[in-house]
Design a protein around this ligand. Structure first.
Ligand code: ADP
Ligand code: MG
Length: 294
């Protein structure tokens, strides 16, 4: 056809299920030499399920009460972990108490007032107070089993721990292998989740470079450092917490199905069918188009 090479490449990328937002982005993708993946919702399916309920002895809660309390606080959140908690409560037909004063902190968790008590749910490393030995022991046990642990606090006191497990996307290992071949470097995992859950998953997918426990701003710092070294970074993410890194990177692609609105708007491209295997193909299309342009 007579279509300019970069526009043909955009059309081809579209056929692969990747919506590239501009010719500038299409041109840039081929220069990628470093790929950084988010974990939850990107390398994983993002439909995690609650597998363990561990109320702490001193909390006076049983398993279902712990779950109902966490679900009440998580109800307004769009985070994948929040949906897992609310889904588990629904499955057991647990009534959810109304929550007021909801706030959510990306990379940390949520807070709300439920039945006159302040309930917080989220990251053990960010929310657990000093001491809290029983909670820490439960967290460690769950994380060693590859779970993501969510702690629940009631008026500042640890009340229990939930174990949550997510499945790897089936095409993630192939995508990581192909991107490694294309760029000559293994991709990096950037995640807000804990080190042990992150390493567990990285090993399954063939990633050795893991940066865990990151806040959204830490993901940006990592990307900026590489860019300062002259690297061209492609960030692939899905969450509100990934939006700053998607914006900071040379190029950013969001997962279309699992992705939050903010990630979709901020990214330079969208994997509309949530397929990772198409990403190496699109980098390849860009390289071919650039050869035809210059
Ligand atoms: P990732 O970078 O892997 O996508 P996030 O940055 O979204 O992960 O979350 C990092 C961590 O913050 C989670 O592993 C969890 O511990 C905690 N967290 C964030 N939001 C929530 C929430 N709504 N409910 C429970 N935990 C949360
Ligand atoms: Mg994510």
């Amino acid at each position: 056809s007579t279509m300019p090479p970069l526009l043909s490449a955009i059309a081809n990328a579209g056929r692969h299920g990747v919506l590239v937002k501009s010719a500038v982005v299409m041109e840039r993708l081929g220069r990628t030499d470093t790929v950084a993946f988010d974990k939850t919702g990107t390398l994983t399916e993002g439909t995690p399920r609650v597998t363990d309920l561990r109320p702490l002895p001193g909390s006076g809660l049983d398993e279902e009460e712990l779950l109902a309390l966490a679900a009440a606080a998580e109800h307004p959140s769009e985070h994948a972990l929040a949906r897992a908690v609310v889904g588990a409560a629904r499955e057991r037909s647990l009534p959810l108490a109304p929550a007021t004063g909801f706030t959510s902190t990306p990379g940390q968790g949520v807070s709300a007032t439920v039945g006159g008590r302040t309930v917080r749910a989220g990251s053990p490393s960010r929310l657990l107070p000093e001491g809290a030995d029983a909670a820490r022991a439960a967290v460690r046990e769950l994380e060693d089993a590859g779970r993501t642990a969510v702690v629940v606090l009631c008026d500042g006191e640890p009340a229990g721990v939930l174990g949550i497990a997510d499945r790897l996307r089936s095409d993630a290992p192939a995508a990581v292998a192909a991107l490694t071949r294309l760029t000559g470097r293994t991709p990096v995992l950037l995640t807000g989740d804990n080190e042990r859950a992150a390493r567990h998953l990285a090993a399954e997918v063939g990633i050795t470079d893991v940066r865990a426990g990151l806040l959204p701003q830490d993901k940006v710092t990592a990307v900026r450092e590489w860019e300062r070294e002259g690297r061209k970074v492609l960030v692939i993410g899905d969450g509100v917490n990934d939006a700053p890194a998607l914006a900071a990177a040379h190029t950013g692609i969001a997962m279309g199905g699992a992705g939050s609105d903010l990630a979709l708007e901020t990214a330079d491209g969208v994997a509309v069918r949530d397929e990772l295997a198409t990403l190496p193909a699109v980098v390849g299309l860009s390289r071919t188009a650039r050869r035809l342009v210059v």
